[in-house]
Design a protein around this ligand. Structure first.
Ligand SMILES: Nc1nc2c(ncn2[C@@H]2O[C@H](COP(=O)(O)OP(=O)(O)OP(=O)(O)O)[C@@H](O)[C@H]2O)c(=O)[nH]1
Ligand SMILES: [Mg+2]
Length: 197
């Protein structure tokens, strides 16, 4: 896809703050620090549109980015960050759940996991929950550049098995090298342009 424009529109913490028009939405979900904001930047070829950090917990609101004035990328706060106070954790959970459950414009969820590690309990729970609520999702395994091809393949099969995925529901990527970015775009285009989920 040719990116003619990509702009930050707004940050929301509840439903009545979401944009009221502007097209379909693709959301980025996953544990803190897995690389959601970095993937958004790489997909859009913008270095600093979505804020990234080596400290987990950088994204704390639901951030909407309007692409080509036609559809949105939605960057969600990460889950499972141990240092966040318990109370705040449940607010975050509720905020993310509300969006994922109730947003009619949401056509595809990209669920990110770290290719270097087996899925966490929260990753497994999230995949099960997405399946349960019937949200179409694709798993994107990040940070492939940190592994050899052989280890990438081995880890991808562990992740697939533990999340109960078919072969084409996992895409290995690197926000450093751009590996896998085309394949992610293909899925996004199917969802936002063709309406095939
Ligand atoms: N080597 C490598 N590092 C990556 C990749 N993706 C992200 N990172 C690094 O991982 C760290 C976290 O990335 P973010 O994009 O901020 O992660 P996030 O999922 O948005 O995190 P929260 O906003 O805290 O939920 C940063 O230091 C990134 O540079 C990747 O594909 N390869
Ligand atoms: Mg982030």
């Amino acid at each position: 896809m040719i990116i003619k424009s990509a702009e930050f529109v707004l940050s929301a913490v509840r439903q009545n703050q979401y944009p009221t028009e502007g097209g379909r939405e693709v959301a980025f979900v996953g544990r803190s620090n897995v690389g959601k904001s970095s993937l958004i930047n790489k997909l859009l070829n913008r270095r600093r549109l979505a804020h990234t950090s080596s400290q987990p917990g950088k994204t704390q609101t639901i951030n909407f980015y309007h692409i080509n004035q036609a559809f949105y990328f939605v960057d969600l706060p990460g889950y499972g960050y141990a240092k966040v106070a318990k109370e705040q954790k449940s607010t975050w959970g509720a905020m993310i759940e509300e969006y994922l459950l109730k947003r009619p414009q949401l056509v595809l969820v990209l669920m990110l996991v770290d290719l270097r590690h087996p899925p966490t309990k929260l990753d497994v729970a999230t995949a099960e929950w997405l399946l349960h609520i019937g949200r179409p999702f694709v798993v994107v395994a990040t940070k492939a550049d940190k592994l050899s091809r052989a280890v990438q393949a081995k880890n991808a099969s562990v992740i697939r098995k533990e999340l109960g995925l078919s072969v084409d529901s996992l895409i290995a990527t690197s926000a450093e090298t751009g590996y896998g970015i085309e394949a992610v775009w293909e899925r996004i285009e199917q969802a936002v342009v063709e309406g095939v989920f």
